[in-house]
Structures are given as C-alpha cells and as structure tokens.
Write a protein that binds this ligand. Structure first.
Ligand code: ATP
Ligand code: DNN
Ligand code: MG
Length: 204
C-alpha cells in the first residue's frame, strides 16, 4: 500500500486541509477511517469540495457526537473494532486522515496510534506554529517512534515562526515538509493554487 497517514498535534489543527492539499496534488485516494461529529459537513465532504480530483472512500465508522471516537461510539451503543479499519485497496497513493491526535482513544483499549502501528503508513504530523507547538509536536513524534510508526515529517500550519520551526527540526530530528500559511479563503481554487508538495508519496 502506497500512502501516508495524516495525523496532528490536536483536533482542528489542519489535518483535513493538508489532506486536501496532498490528495489534490497527488491525485490520490482519501480515506477517513473514523468520523465523529460534523455529519452535515464531514471531513470527506470537505475533501470532496477542496480536492475534486481525489477519490474519496467512505469512513468505516461515522458517529454523530463531535467527541472522541471511543465516546461518540459508546453514546450510540457501538464500539470501534480495529480489525474493521481496513484501508481501501487502491492502485495509487492513499491519504489516510486520523481523528484528533495520536492518543485519541478508539475504544476502551486502543488509541489512534495503535491503528497507525497496524497500517504502517508513514506519518505526516500537522502542527501549529504558535507557542506550545514544540512540546505538542515532540510528544507526538516521541510516541510514533516508540511504536515504530515511520515518520515522513511535520507540516507546520500557521504564521511563520522560524524559532519554533528550528526547534522542532532540531529536537524532533524531523524534516519540516511544508509550511502552510493562514489562507484568506479555503476553497478548491486556493488548494489547487498552492505549490505542490515538495516531497513524494513514499513507496511503502
Ligand atoms: N492554514 C489555514 N488557513 C485557513 N484556515 C485553516 C488553515 N488550516 C486550517 N484551517 C481551518 O481550520 C479548521 C480546522 O481545520 P481542519 O478541519 O483541517 O482540522 P483537522 O485537524 O482536520 O480537525 P479534525 O481533528 O476534526 O479532523 C477548518 O475550518 C480549516 O479550514
Ligand atoms: C470532533 C472532532 N472534530 C474530531 N472528529 C474528534 C476529535 C477527538 C479529540 C479527542 C481529544 O483529544 O480530546
Ligand atoms: Mg479533519
């Protein structure tokens, strides 16, 4: 399977935006295994709007409550089974998007990082640029390394912050794959107009 797993240091950090950018420019397939909340405007809907050339695969689980997957599932009398999270078989590159960050619980035993460990896709960590990001990013990277999840690099999302970029590169021993500035509008045209990723989808 050729693909990447887009995770981040938080929910609302820009994983879907980065996924749209990658999926559009790589003409990739997109899959969000577990979607909670935003049923009328889910991440897959957003990708369809922002990356018209992407092929979108339905989530394995969709829950109403805009909460952690383990709790959103529980409120519907359901439980996420990791073995049910099977990526779509696609010929080309696949962009997988997590939910929240790497330690988000999927059920009473498993975390998002357990799924990442199973899928073995190189991880892209989306991180803010503002104060606080060094800690959050290094914690995320540390867990991924402990679990032997391959790391492609970090995408910084926000106003440029050279000091935080340098600290994450140095202490995280990780490449900064891209720096995404605040966009005045988030549209398909803007996404298509962004410079293409200066890195390739790794062969897994
Ligand atoms: N660089 C940016 N410029 C402008 N808006 C942005 C930027 N990055 C993210 N946003 C906006 O911030 C909001 C959250 O981003 P996004 O949905 O990508 O987060 P997420 O990490 O995918 O969240 P979730 O954990 O719910 O999947 C969205 O409305 C998105 O359009
Ligand atoms: C609802 C939100 N947009 C995401 N789908 C799920 C975020 C889970 C975050 C859990 C947590 O870290 O507290
Ligand atoms: Mg998202």
């Amino acid at each position: 399977m050729k693909g990447v797993f887009v995770t981040g240091t938080d929910t609302g950090i820009g994983k879907t935006l980065v996924s749209a950018w990658l999926a559009q420019h790589w003409r990739a397939d997109y899959w969000k295994p577990v979607q909670t909340g935003a049923l009328e405007d889910s991440d897959s809907d957003t990708i369809a709007q922002l990356a018209p050339d992407a092929r979108i695969h339905p989530p394995a689980y969709v829950f109403k409550a805009p909460l952690s997957p383990h709790e959103a599932a529980r409120r519907e009398g359901a439980r996420i089974d990791l073995s049910a999270l099977i990526p779509p078989a696609v010929p080309g590159p696949l962009v997988v998007e997590g939910a929240g960050g790497v330690m988000v619980p999927l059920n009473e035993l498993a975390l998002m990082v357990d799924l990442m460990e199973r899928l073995k896709l190189p991880a892209i960590v989306v991180a803010r640029t503002a104060l606080g990001t060094i800690n959050h990013t290094l914690l995320t990277l540390d867990l991924l390394r402990r679990r032997r999840v391959p790391i492609l690099g970090v995408v910084l999302n926000g106003q440029r912050n050279p000091g935080n970029r340098q600290a994450i590169e140095q202490f995280g021993a990780v490449p900064i794959l891209a720096e995404l500035q605040p966009l005045l509008a988030v549209t398909a045209k803007v996404i298509a107009g962004l410079p293409p990723p200066a890195f390739h989808m790794p062969e897994s």
